[in-house]
Design a protein around this ligand. Structure first.
Ligand code: ZN
Ligand code: ZN
Length: 553
């Protein structure tokens, strides 16, 4: 008799970092992927727009992948999908809101792959796996946990979750169903570790309503609220509070406009009658009667809030008396840029409320310790694997599981590329597989042609161009440069002429920037990269890695 097949759990991303989430479940040579997310580059990753998981492992077994399921529509779960789908156009399954977001990506990237919609409560089959989706609460609508029934046993993947008992849509997590799965018997639980450092429970989305409303009532001018464009429940709160406090709402930022439209179409966002006002007409609304919803809570270059802060947004300028609420977490790595935006908003006379100076204007979408314990109690798995976290989160989550009575030998701290092999009663580590990070140069939005995937090992195959610029930190005036230095990017006798023209193109592009944007290094770098990338592509059909360095003097 042949040995029984083992079930393999293979994280390709998200175990060792926040972001880049991608998990493979493999049985009998067939695999299922759960999520396919990006990570935003750290400030030290010069010249990179996005990071995606390395799926070399799948390339080595081209026919193994049977399908991909997205637990929800956050970028750290769906952002890398268009890049994967170019190589593996497998059936992809997503909940309605995530489905709509992925559909937009599919169009922007101009690729084809089968995309199916499912809802919490649905069950279906992918290869040897029977999937069941369970509703849970998070900071985006339509989030699910997954129960994956395999010939070896049931795996429960928590997705990103918190147990909000009073969510805005009155649709709390399906705890009874999670308990039923526990009764049935679960082989392994893979659970979200993001907030394992925090004791107690994460406050409910409703806990911030009163605090937000107080700000709306007290602000003598406009209230600008910046949050993630995908956070429909937060957007709903802003709409409802605005209606109650007699303010109209204008929307700034493409992502916010798109998502509000999708939310309305799907019936998960209710816009109160008469509350919306076109941004072009917002100037005619008295300041104390206006709310502005904007993107840019992470101070992304070129986002609406960043441009508003730099006075580079034509349709809206900050006046003294306005209040800006950053209703979001500062993602580590973005603090510096967010700080700059806050400085500029203050200079324009705005009051700025953010997590360090005002509590209760944002809540997390992830479970704290008490909720993580509850998840383990409901599921009562034989084996436990913490997911979605840096190493420090994963190790604390294992410690929490052990305190909850899980035997140490049944807890597996896996990192990207590690393999867990499961049989009905046994689990062991397998041979690790290739995993890592692949860098994307070019955002793939509007300029798909320009996107280049760069494997770390071949990062500089197209050559490198280092662009150095010194600017006056107060005026943003160029003091010297840009100086261009290249490696592995010889273009013959004409190099000097090309570099001279590229320099001129950069100076011309910087001239076009709003004066205050020129004092923000992130904005200047972004503009330099865009300009140089375009120049080398157009003039030479080359795509070197462009490393902008801006010195403020
Ligand atoms: Zn999420
Ligand atoms: Zn996530």
């Amino acid at each position: 008799m042949a040995a029984p097949e083992t079930l393999r759990i293979i994280p390709l991303g998200g175990l060792g970092e926040i972001g880049l989430n991608m998990m493979l479940i493999e049985y009998g040579g067939q695999s299922l992927a759960i999520d396919c997310g990006v990570m935003f580059p750290e400030p030290s990753m010069l010249g990179i727009d996005l990071v995606v998981p390395d799926w070399t492992y799948l390339r080595e077994r081209p026919d193994s992948l049977q399908g991909l399921i997205c637990t929800h529509g956050h970028e750290d779960h769906i952002g890398a999908l268009p890049f994967l789908a170019r190589e593996f156009p497998v059936p992809t399954y997503a909940t309605p809101f995530a489905h709509a977001l992925i559909k937009n990506k599919r169009e922007e990237h101009n690729i084809e792959f089968p995309l199916e919609c499912f809802r919490a409560g649905d069950s279906w089959r992918v290869g040897p796996f029977e999937i069941e989706a369970i509703h849970i609460t998070h900071s985006i609508v339509d989030t699910v946990a997954l129960a994956i029934r395999t010939p070896v046993g049931t795996i429960v993947h928590s997705g990103d979750f918190k147990f909000d008992p009073t969510p805005l849509d009155d649709h709390p997590s399906d705890l009874p169903h999670l308990a039923e799965l526990g009764d049935e018997g679960v082989l392994a639980l893979l659970s979200d570790s993001t907030n394992v450092e925090r004791p107690g429970v994460t406050p409910s989305e409703r806990s911030i309503t009163r605090n937000l409303e107080a700000v709306f009532l007290q602000s003598p001018g406009r209230v600008l609220v910046s949050t993630f464009a995908s956070h429909l429940h937060r957007i709903q709160q802003v709409l409802d509070i605005s209606a109650r406090t007699n303010r109209r709402v204008a929307v700034a930022g493409r992502g916010m406009v798109t998502n509000i439209g999708i939310g309305q179409d799907l019936g998960c966002l209710r816009v109160p009658d008469g509350v919306m006002v076109d941004l072009n007409e917002a100037r005619q609304v008295p300041p104390d009667r206006l709310t502005v919803l904007t993107t840019g809570s992470q101070a992304e270059p070129r986002s609406a809030l960043t441009r508003i802060a730099m006075n580079g947004y034509k349709k809206l300028a900050i006046d003294p008396g306005d209040t800006v609420i950053l209703s979001s977490r500062m993602i580590p790595g973005n603090e510096k840029a967010i700080g700059e935006v806050i400085n500029h908003l203050h200079r324009r006379g705005a009051e700025v409320l953010y997590e360090k100076v005002a509590t209760g204007l944002h809540v997390s979408g992830h479970a704290n310790q008490a909720e993580l314990s509850l998840m383990m109690q409901l599921i009562r798995p034989k084996f436990f694997v913490p997911i979605h976290g840096e190493y420090r989160h994963l190790i604390r989550h294992v410690a929490l599981a052990e305190r909850m009575g899980m035997p140490a030998e049944n807890c597996f701290l896996l990192e990207d590329g590690d393999v867990l092999e499961l049989e009905q009663e046994h689990a062991r580590r397998g041979e690790p597989v290739t995993a890592g990070r692949v860098f994307v140069d070019g955002k793939g939005v509007g300029d798909v042609e320009d996107v280049v995937l760069r494997d770390r090992r071949h990062l500089s195959d197209g050559g490198l161009v280092l662009a150095m610029l010194a600017v006056d930190q107060h005026t943003g005036d160029v003091i010297s440069g840009p100086e261009l230095i290249s490696r592995g990017f010889g273009v013959g006798d004409e190099s000097q002429a090309h570099f001279e023209r590229a320099r001129e193109a950069v100076l011309a592009a910087l001239e076009e920037l709003a004066p205050e944007s020129r004092t923000v290094p992130a904005e200047v770098k972004e503009e330099m990269r865009r300009t140089l990338r375009r120049y080398f592509k157009k003039a030479l059909d080359r795509r070197p890695v462009i490393l902008p360095v801006v010195t403020e003097l």
